[in-house]
Design a protein around this ligand. Structure first.
Ligand code: B12
Ligand code: SF4
Ligand code: SF4
Length: 393
């Protein structure tokens, strides 16, 4: 602790000026720990009550049953950790350098992995830093009680971030910020000290609807309402078993997550690249072709995705997602052969039905290609006749 920082270690009740000074310290320590923004809010998120209940009534959560549980806890953060009266909300940028979005979305034989998942699992990175922030505050203020959260519990992270001035909730339902766009993770530290709170920022989507129109599966059913069951991120990451047929073509080459609604967002044009080496893209996952990833054995999958969020989906969903990408790729006999071989080698009913679908999709494209070649030949023949046999044409 520097000599300029006074220590409140022994005082249980802090004066207003001590609380204000502590809030400033928390922000400075958070930034020094690698967060790009730190805000503070109270714990009242009850204005989300009806939107949250509507989401569950509509069953937008699909198989994510945990979202339908603990509604009361989501709406009362102090029931998650007793005596909490403030939440420190933090954000950390994750956009890696050389994101190469267009490169991998334009090549239908390359696997597209959403950019948040190309490096190390953010849960671990963020939680460790939040814990350090808690320890730092406790050094300063002995009676602090704290608990860090990153996705791990029923916390309405967008609602909290919005209140703490980190950004506003965009129509795609993500938190976005005027200067940073939306390529950042959120995390929270629950604390029991009534430091002054920040102001929420103005909503700035205005009349823009770009995210709603671009969504390949029309998952944003209305502004601020996401039917997760239709979202490619949900389908490729959270959904277990067969992916409904109606979404497979729209998934394209996205084998893990989706970034489309963020890619079109005007606020992301000038978003900062992360400096966090942990979030830099791993070579084995970045810009790889579908075929070489499909060739991984389960053991290779587990080794190559160690420490990555991708590991959590398991080998079955990994192969399922890759086969959808392969079915969506333009016709390629090596892709078709790999799928046919994989179909012989597996007894897994989910994979079998996906491989069969992908094989049929490849065969349909082969047919279409042959038809278009034969129609080109046919047109050439007509031109040749007209030119070479004008009398008999
Ligand atoms: C479940 C989940 C998902 C699910 C469902 C998302 C959803 N919108 O429901 C799926 C798998 C689809 C998903 C996808 C993604 N996710 Co996600 N996800 C979560 C998680 C764990 C919970 C979200 C949640 O509670 N959903 C439940 C519903 C009810 O919440 P909601 O959609 O925000 O609904 C609120 C609004 O609709 C609002 N609302 C609507 N109408 C109205 C009207 C009024 C008047 C009011 C007041 C409010 C209001 O109120 C609702 C309740 O709060 C959070 C972490 C967390 N604990 O918050 C990460 C989180 C939201 N995800 C994150 C990320 C990065 C993503 C992806 C970008 C990943 C990817 N590239 O594939 C995509 C983006 C898809 C998208 N457009 O949202 C980050 C977002 C960071 C940011 N900048 O905002 C989070 C915060 C994780 C983190 N710790 O960083 N995710
Ligand atoms: S992540 Fe993709 S599928 Fe999900 S809402 Fe955004 S654009 Fe739609
Ligand atoms: S694309 Fe437009 S509507 Fe969607 S979040 Fe960004 S600014 Fe808001």
């Amino acid at each position: 602790m520097s000599s300029s920082e006074s220590n409140f270690a022994n005082s249980k009740v802090l004066t207003d000026s001590e609380l204000a000074s502590l809030a400033n310290h928390i922000k400075a320590w958070g930034m020094a720990l690698g967060f790009q923004q730190v805000g503070i809010c109270d714990i009242d998120v009850r204005h989300h009550d009806s939107a949250l209940r509507h989401y569950i009534e509509m069953a937008y959560q699909g198989q994510m049953d945990y979202l339908a549980r603990n509604t009361d806890k989501r709406l009362a953060p102090d029931s998650l950790h007793e005596n909490t009266c403030r939440i420190v909300s933090v954000r950390m940028n994750y956009l890696p350098p050389d994101a190469g979005f267009a490169k991998s979305l334009a090549n239908d034989k390359i696997a597209y992995v959403s950019r948040y998942a190309l490096g190390r699992d953010y849960h671990k990175v963020m939680r460790q830093r939040l814990k350090k922030l808690g320890e730092k505050i406790k050094d300063f203020c002995e009676h602090l009680d704290y608990r860090p959260f990153v996705d791990s519990a029923p916390v309405l992270e967008h609602a909290v971030a919005e209140k703490a001035g980190i950004g506003w909730t965009g129509k795609h339902t993500l938190t976005l910020n005027e200067e940073a766009g939306s390529w950042f993770f959120l995390g929270e530290l629950f604390i029991n000290i009534p430091v002054p709170i920040d102001e929420k920022v103005k909503e700035q989507c205005g009349s823009c609807n770009a995210c709603i129109s671009i969504c390949p599966t029309q998952a944003i059913v209305a502004p601020y309402k996401l039917d997760a069951r239709k979202c490619i991120s949900y389908l490729t990451i959270e959904h277990k078993g067969e992916i409904p047929l109606e979404f497979r073509q729209a998934i394209g080459n996205r084998i893990y997550g989706c970034d489309d609604c963020q890619l079109v967002c005007p606020w992301n044009r000038y978003a900062d690249i992360t400096e966090e080496k942990d979030f830099f893209a791993r070579e084995k996952l970045n810009q790889q072709d579908l075929l070489s990833l499909f060739a991984w054995t389960e053991e290779e999958f587990l080794t190559n995705t160690q420490g990555s969020p991708i590991r959590r989906i398991g080998f079955q969903s990994w192969q399922r997602n890759l086969s959808i990408g392969m079915g969506n790729a333009s016709f390629d006999s090596t892709i078709l052969n790999a799928l046919e071989k994989a179909l012989i080698d597996t007894n897994d009913p989910v994979l079998r039905s996906h491989f069969e679908w992908a094989i049929q999709a490849q065969l349909d494209k082969k047919d279409a290609q042959e038809k278009s070649i034969s129609s080109r030949q046919h047109q050439r023949l007509i031109r040749v006749i007209k030119k070479g046999l004008p009398r008999d044409a």
